[in-house]
Design a protein around this ligand. Structure first.
Ligand code: S3P
Ligand code: PEP
Length: 434
């Protein structure tokens, strides 16, 4: 799909879509519980569908409504399929959470991966599972086969590759019979994602104790009792990571009186990406927040320092804001962006180049020399790099920019936000798709 966006700053009010991260976690918790559950979720996306599909393959009965809600009858371990073939699509969270879960269930699985997912890392999770008796075979360009039954024990993982290894292993340890420990050996990035997982597991009755090692890194003791108790009714809250695109659009809206408000996002959410409100305010945007909504309006934007270690998914859209600010914005600790749906430092750099924003791409960072106004953005043709967050960042940049932008491979937005173009139009955005 090619989407052409004509400049027209966005303005208005839009409800947030459901949090993709919470949807994955609650669906998995329901499938591993002792009794059926209804998951209220107002969004269906390719990634959420992938988790539902893999859970079905592992033996859960998952019925999804068109709007996103799901009814789940949990996996019956006495009738688990042996080595099912399951399709993760391009969802890293689905793959990295459900590899250890399949190992804990003992059914194993052949995980099929699409797009860039086969080459996104599963190490060091794979090595740690192997150390505990699991056979994990890589099918180059295709996926992974997991066989064997995980046992309780002492596990450790570095925290600076992907938090999804840690979160997935926590689910696995919670459904074993016995006590395990999981220690973080170095770094701890994307920590908010692990905090969300701990919240969901604890709400599902899992006893988890956290201690700090002398270096300040956590070690968790997880009391595995075979099953979770997620309860009959689970609600997925609004998504800050995707709300960030609309809030950035509000900050870039330029014209007097324009602003964007996103409703249904909790101020006290554990989602790390709620930091977008504070970061836009630091840039100089006008931010208004209530307990359950956030709004952004233009201000005089200035370059700032942004540590991306805990908020990797915000970088592409914040780089666009940096491009419109005056002065230099420096993104640090952003190395993990290279292992997302695209090499996001490279693809964000390509977007900035198209927009005419001077910048330097560093091994683990980005330095952006802003033009002082989004209206100074140039237009032209850009590839979406198969990456939803690049496509959405390009569309928001173009809406506030000075010339039309043609985005090819734009269908990538369906990974997290299938209604993106409708909501873009709802906020007054001008775009056409061919
Ligand atoms: O667990 C999650 O829901 C996610 C964790 C993050 O990945 P990393 O932990 O690999 O940084 C984030 O980038 C991804 O979009 C969603
Ligand atoms: C990186 C992302 O997701 P995942 O790792 O689940 O593929 C994302 O949504 O930006």
């Amino acid at each position: 799909m090619i989407v052409t966006v004509t400049p027209q700053p966005l303005s208005g009010k839009i409800p947030a879509i459901a949090s993709k991260s919470y949807a994955h976690r609650l669906l998995i918790a329901a499938a591993l519980s002792e009794s059926p559950a209804h998951v209220s979720c107002r969004t269906r996306s390719e990634d959420i569908d992938a988790t539902c599909r893999v859970l079905r393959g592992l033996g859960a009965r998952v019925t999804q409504g068109n709007a996103g809600d799901a009814d789940i009858i949990p996996i019956d371990r006495n009738h688990s399929p042996r080595l099912p073939e399951v399709d993760c699509g391009e969802s890293g969270t689905t793959l990295r959470y459900l590899i250890p879960v399949a190992a804990a269930l003992g059914c194993g699985a052949k995980f099929i991966c699409r797009g860039r997912l086969p080459s996104r890392p599963v190490e060091p999770l794979a090595g740690e599972l192997k150390r505990h008796g699991i056979r994990l075979t890589t099918l180059p360009g295709e996926g992974f086969v997991v066989e064997g039954k995980l046992a309780p024990g002492a596990y450790s993982l570095p925290g600076n590759v992907s938090s999804q290894f840690i979160g997935g292993l926590l689910y696995a340890l919670a459904i074993l019979d016995g006590t395990s420990t999981l220690a973080i050996t170095e770094g701890f990035e994307s920590e908010p994602y692990v905090r969300m997982t701990l919240e969901v597991l604890e709400a599902a009755g899992v006893e988890i104790r956290e201690e700090k090692r002398p270096e300040g890194l956590p070690v968790w003791t997880v009391i595995g009792r075979g099953k979770l108790h997620a309860g009959p009714e689970l609600v997925v809250e609004g998504d800050w990571s995707n709300a960030a695109f609309w809030l950035a659009a509000g900050a870039l809206a330029g014209d007097e009186g324009k602003s964007v408000e996103v409703t249904g996002i909790r101020r006290n959410s554990l989602q790390g990406d709620r930091a977008v409100a504070e970061i836009l305010a630091r840039f100089g945007a006008q931010i208004l927040q209530t307990e359950s909504a956030a709004g952004a309006a233009p201000g005089s934007l200035r370059g700032i320092e942004i540590d991306a270690a805990q908020i990797p998914d915000l970088v592409p859209i914040l780089a666009v804001v940096a491009g419109a600010a005056s002065g230099t914005t420096r993104f640090t600790n952003a190395g993990r962006l290279r292992i997302k749906e695209s090499d996001r430092l490279k693809s964000t750099s390509a977007l900035l180049t198209l927009l005419g924003v001077p910048h330097e791409e560093e091994p683990a960072g980005l330095v952006v020399h802003g033009l002082g106004s989004a209206r100074a953005f140039r237009g032209g043709d850009i590839d979406g790099f198969g990456d939803h967050r690049i496509v959405m960042a390009a569309a928001v940049a173009a809406a506030s920019g000075g010339a039309p932008v043609r985005i090819s491979g734009a269908e990538a937005f369906r990974k997290s936000y299938p209604k993106f173009l409708e909501d873009f139009a709802e906020l007054g955005g001008l775009c056409s798709a061919e």
